[in-house]
Design a protein around this ligand. Structure first.
Ligand SMILES: O=C(O)C(=O)C[C@H](O)[C@H](O)COP(=O)(O)O
Length: 318
């Protein structure tokens, strides 16, 4: 039996409305109801790759909340710490997509159900048997008190010697860069694996200097500083060396969710001790495959799909 690893993440979920056509949202006559949320995408991505995946959240006690719950459970994610709350409607996200697959998001998430989650809802038992905890900046941005929740999770993780990964996932529609920086710098001391976009690390450090990137990793003892650069590929700074891997050429239809997919792929590679370059290739492959399907998580691949994609194997599907 191959080893089975368990990951834990915590965050808000959204009903995501994907437009029926590209171009400015105000001209879009129809939308398709889907599901999104950075941490939820990560949890599904891990589950599809065969990891045991636990997602902690709060959902509105409404039709959309029930739909998200059923959807996530259907993906094999552990939802034992997901609860429904009255009076907080499930949040919405309308997307605008351009011809090249890139887009904008328009949130309707003022009273998110996750506002009802409190630091003492987090218990040590929730992290029993977990190998890796993944935190993202979207959870932190949704409510200032979530920083306290994240710290509680990470304190427990450290006590239990659980690896911690973090994706800043900067959302400037939810908070300012100053607020974001303050929260990130409070969490960096806990982080073993930082998965950041190139544009994000530049914003966080207000610098494009490679030396500053490396100094961040050194100052906070970040074991793996992973930089995602979309169509330019990705790299990781690990023990004094940069490893890098080019991106796969695909024709993207919807790039939202690629970063979360990359994170799931990288974490799979880390837990299975793939060599750094293979780990990056695997993560790039997951990210690329996500962009080829409309929706934030529908394109997340199953394990065998990633291997055949990155090995460029021909698969006869009929
Ligand atoms: O924006 C938010 O608040 C969400 O959580 C909705 C999306 O599902 C993820 O943000 C996708 O994240 P990326 O993989 O970085 O494209």
């Amino acid at each position: 039996m191959p080893p089975s690893f368990s990951v834990f993440t915590i965050g808000d979920a959204l009903i995501t409305f994907n437009p029926s056509q590209t171009g400015p949202m105000r001209y879009v006559p129809q939308f398709e109801r889907k599901v999104g949320g950075a941490e939820l995408n990560f949890a599904i991505g891990c589950s599809r790759l065969g990891l045991r995946s636990k997602w902690v959240s709060r959902l509105g006690k409404d039709e959309f909340g029930r739909y998200i719950y059923n959807f996530v459970r259907g993906e094999g994610v552990n939802t034992e710490d997901v609860h429904f709350v009255e009076g907080y409607p499930t949040s919405l996200n309308f997307k605008e997509i351009r011809e090249d697959g890139s887009g904008k998001t328009f949130y309707y998430r003022y009273q998110s159900p996750i506002l009802t989650l409190a630091p003492n809802d987090i218990t040590e038992e929730m992290l029993e048997g977990i190998n890796l905890v993944h935190i993202t900046g979207v959870f932190l941005a949704v409510d200032p008190k979530n920083l306290e929740i994240a710290k509680r999770v990470l304190e427990i993780a450290k006590q239990k010697h659980i690896t911690v990964s973090m994706d800043p996932n900067i959302r400037l529609k939810l908070w300012t860069i100053e607020e974001a920086r303050k929260a990130y710098f409070e969490l960096f001391p806990y982080v073993d694996i930082l998965l950041t976009g190139l544009d994000e690390i530049k914003l966080i450090l207000d610098s494009s200097s490679e030396e500053d990137f490396v100094n961040l990793a050194k100052r906070y003892n970040i074991d793996q500083l992973v930089i995602k650069d979309g169509a330019n590929g990705s790299r990781v700074y690990y023990r004094g060396i940069w490893f890098q891997k080019e991106a796969f050429a695909v024709k993207p239809v919807d790039t939202v969710g690629a970063g979360d997919g990359f994170d799931a792929g990288y974490i799979y590679g880390y837990l299975h001790d793939l060599h750094m370059e293979e780990r990056l290739a695997f993560a790039n492959g997951v990210g690329a495959l996500v962009t080829t399907v409309s929706g934030d998580n529908e394109g997340l691949p199953y394990l065998e799909e990633v291997w055949s994609f990155i090995r460029n194997e021909a698969v006869i599907e009929r």
